[in-house]
Design a protein around this ligand. Structure first.
Ligand SMILES: Cc1cc2nc3c(=O)[nH]c(=O)nc-3n(C[C@H](O)[C@H](O)[C@H](O)COP(=O)(O)OP(=O)(O)OC[C@H]3O[C@@H](n4cnc5c(N)ncnc54)[C@H](O)[C@@H]3O)c2cc1C
Length: 431
């Protein structure tokens, strides 16, 4: 049997559950004809749809979302975002690349924050900063190189030692850290819901409308959902790792699941365990490491684990996330998780996205593996520019690179298992 063309999660997004209920837009029903169809209402798709409207205000644009906007990956993430790019494993050669990427990210970040301001979208966005942390000697060595790049690129930062980190987050787990001043933390479900609900009138969003099939009809495209179909001249695929499930870019990207949990509110007597900073966020030095956040006054978020192509059993995800939580805060072993969920990102062989024109009338931006709030916004916006012939040709590809070839199944799954076993061993206590 062929695979589902969209993510059909077995759990609910904790961030969405923490917000008041929202009424989704009606699913697509019947057959319609529009100018542009955008598949996927995450950061990439919402940015592409909004920008297409800015550049072509008379156009009819439809945005098709498989789930609801509070239940997609753009709501399921950890809510860290920044206009600056600082790679996880940095070398001085990457400093210039990071500077160029920062230029594109900053432009998109300013556009995004302008939309939030103009539309009164509130998503608890605060410039809290973030701490890149290392628990191991290898992690520290790799972070010291990252600090060199931060210095070379004039990114405001402060080096932290074990006691500094313990004071801020309450955990005695990390030996070295870089506090990056220019990171914002936000409520991701509130952000994507706000962006989707503030789309201009000529952009019609249909939720619970997974595209199941796409076909050519003359020079047009037809996108088929369960309740109807869309005929259009131009399609934007903004469904990230699920693009291959619609038959495109199969040799460029794969789907990855990663997991997050939020604790119940800790008792007043346990508040001291959460550190002296009223808000903080921790990012790992290793790519298989663990992200942490204090949420509000009395909760913690833990994000970790990766799986290729399919979800991890919920009981396994809970057990593994609890292990990461307890290792860092042994004094909070009695605290339960209130929400545990998974979300998808995409994996590409060289970490670069696939972005651009596939064929006439068909454009895509996929392979977004992290930093998707700023990166997805930037890539979606730039894709609309490409479609409308605006901007500098070749700029995005030159700055971001292009996803390289990835082996087909079964070699892909075998490769993923081998690499993830080796990397897990390397990650050690960073996980
Ligand atoms: C647990 C977790 C933590 C993360 N932490 C961070 C973080 O702190 N900061 C950060 O910037 N990024 C983070 N990320 C990454 C970030 O969420 C992604 O990079 C981002 O969501 C990518 O945006 P996108 O719009 O390209 O794709 P998505 O957000 O995945 O949006 C694509 C949409 O397409 C829909 N779709 C898929 N198939 C179809 C179909 N056939 N028909 C119609 N719709 C379809 C999906 O339902 C989805 O809503 C995290 C991700 C996860 C899972």
């Amino acid at each position: 049997m062929s695979k589902l063309t969209y993510p059909n999660y077995t759990n609910h997004c904790g961030w969405n559950a923490m917000l008041p209920a929202r009424t989704p837009q009606a699913p697509l029903s019947g057959d319609i004809t529009v100018d542009y169809a955008v598949v996927g209402a995450g950061y990439t798709g919402v940015a592409a749809a909004r920008r297409l409207h800015e550049l072509d205000p008379q156009a009819q644009i439809v945005l098709l979302e498989a789930t609801t906007v509070g239940e997609g990956s753009s709501a399921r993430n950890s809510g860290f975002t920044a206009p600056d790019v600082l790679p996880r494993t940095a070398s001085m050669e990457m400093a210039e690349k990071a500077r160029n990427q920062t230029r594109l990210f900053t432009e998109a970040f300013d556009w995004l924050t302008g939309i939030l301001r103009d539309n009164d979208i509130s998503c608890d966005m605060q410039k809290v900063g973030s701490i890149r942390t290392a628990a191991t000697e290898a992690g520290e060595a790799s972070l010291r190189k990252v600090a060199d790049v931060a210095r070379a690129n004039d990114l405001p930062h402060t080096i932290l030692n074990r006691a500094d980190i313990r004071e801020r987050i309450g955990a005695d787990y990390y030996r070295y850290g870089i506090y990056l001043h220019d990171t914002w933390l936000l409520q991701p479900a509130a952000l994507i819901r706000g962006l989707a609900d503030a789309l201009p009138g000529d952009v019609t969003l249909h939720e619970n409308s997974p595209v199941r099939e796409m076909r050519r009809e003359g020079s047009d495209w037809r996108l088929v959902t369960e309740g109807g179909s869309v005929r259009c001249r131009t399609v934007v695929l903004a469904n990230n790792g699920f693009i291959p499930r619609l038959g495109f870019l199969k040799s460029r990207m794969a789907t990855i699941f990663t997991y997050a949990a939020v604790t119940e509110a800790v008792k007043e007597s346990d508040i001291g365990y959460l550190g002296q900073s009223p808000a903080w966020g921790v990012l790992p030095s290793h790519r298989l490491g663990t992200t942490l956040r204090r949420i509000g006054r009395d909760r913690l978020m833990v994000r970790s684990l990766y799986a290729h192509d399919q979800e991890i059993a919920q009981a396994t995800a809970v057990r593994e996330l609890r292990d990461r939580f307890h290792r860092r805060w042994p004094g909070l072993r009695h605290v339960d998780f209130e929400f545990v969920w998974g979300g998808t990102t995409a994996f590409t062989m060289n970490g670069a996205p696939w972005w651009g024109k596939i064929e006439d009338g068909l454009y895509a931006s996929g392979g977004c593996n992290g930093s998707g709030i700023a990166k997805g916004t930037m890539l979606g916006r730039k894709l609309a520019d490409l479609i409308r012939g605006v901007g500098t040709p070749g700029e995005v590809e030159a700055v971001m690179g292009a996803a390289s070839w990835i082996a087909p199944e079964p070699f892909r799954s075998i490769g993923f298992q081998i690499i993830s076993a080796l990397e897990s061993r390397k990650a050690g206590l960073e996980a």
